[in-house]
Design a protein around this ligand. Structure first.
Ligand SMILES: N[C@@H](CCC(=O)N[C@@H](CS)C(=O)NCC(=O)O)C(=O)O
Length: 272
């Protein structure tokens, strides 16, 4: 199943189950990216357990985690991220949003992921609906990654066959969008992101984050998706320039963390 576990300075770090791209291994999946950001934001000591895409189902089952997603026909859809916390009797949490809530409670002294009133469930509920909304919006563009999806060559055919089975098509080629169909997806995505751009209401020096000068989980939700797009979607250079460049200029960790160390990616996980 999983490959490398990276070292950590803590004796009892959280184990973070992330989906590995093909070699060279790097994180690319949007929901695990949200968890990677949240762990770093909270300065939580963690190690990454890399899981091949073909092993996501067996890994999740081995952790005893129920599915949090279902296919259209009701079949369980086993996913990552998940975390296991050896310091809390090996507690496992298996949804990126639930993991963020868990980290918020475990590290109350660190900056808050959920602004305004961190202990208020209604505030957290608003972030949950923002998460669901952004997931549906960005999923629209996921088809653009078909040709460039970072499969592990050793398991690529198995994974492609599984995607075909889920989507009821006979061959992987049927899922590859090109020409006019592709242009329509790009154009639809541009319109939707144009609406989403209104979340960034800062002006002048008040940003660059959704809530102003400090990042929180809303930025992480968008950041997770943008990491996936930047690594897998050929149109990324075009997309990052939309809406005054906010998608490329504000949310990517390299540019967005300048002066905002909370969003840094590799503080505690030397693998990335
Ligand atoms: N609501 C879940 C969704 C997780 C999810 O959809 N994970 C995807 C990667 S972003 C996955 O594991 N896919 C495995 C597959 O397609 O086989 C969460 O936020 O953790």
């Amino acid at each position: 199943m999983a490959s490398t576990t990276t070292p950590s300075s803590s004796s009892d770090p959280i184990v973070f189950y992330d989906i590995a791209s093909g070699p060279p291994i790097r994180p690319f999946a949007p929901n695990p990216w949200k968890t990677r950001y949240a762990l770093n934001f909270k300065r939580a000591p963690f190690v990454t357990q890399w899981v091949d895409l073909a092993d996501v189902t067996s890994t999740r089952k081995s952790l005893g985690l129920d599915p949090v997603r279902f296919h259209d026909n009701g079949e369980p859809f086993y996913t990552l991220p998940a975390i296991r916390d050896p310091a809390a009797d090996n507690k496992v949490v298996g949804d990126s949003f639930d993991i963020a809530v868990y980290l918020e409670q475990k590290y109350p002294e660190a900056p808050s992921l959920f602004r305004n009133n961190p202990s208020s469930s209604s505030s957290i509920g608003l972030y949950a609906s923002f998460n669901a909304h952004m997931d549906s919006l960005f999923t629209m563009g996921a088809a653009l990654a078909g040709q460039t999806f970072p499969f592990n060559p050793e398991t690529a055919e198995q994974c492609k066959a599984e995607f075909c089975r889920r989507l009821g098509v006979k061959s992987w080629d049927e899922l590859l969008v090109e020409g006019e169909a592709r242009a329509q997806i790009v154009s639809g995505l541009q319109k939707s992101l144009g609406v989403a751009a209104k979340c960034f209401r800062f002006s002048g020096d008040d940003g660059p984050f959704i809530g102003g000068k400090e990042a929180d989980y809303a930025d992480i939700i968008i950041g997770g998706w943008l990491m996936m797009f930047s690594l897998t979607v050929p149109e990324w250079e075009e997309i990052r320039a939309w809406n005054g460049g906010i998608w490329g200029g504000c949310t990517m960790p390299s540019s967005r963390t300048e002066g905002h160390g909370d969003m840094a990616v590799n503080e505690v996980d030397p693998c990335y």
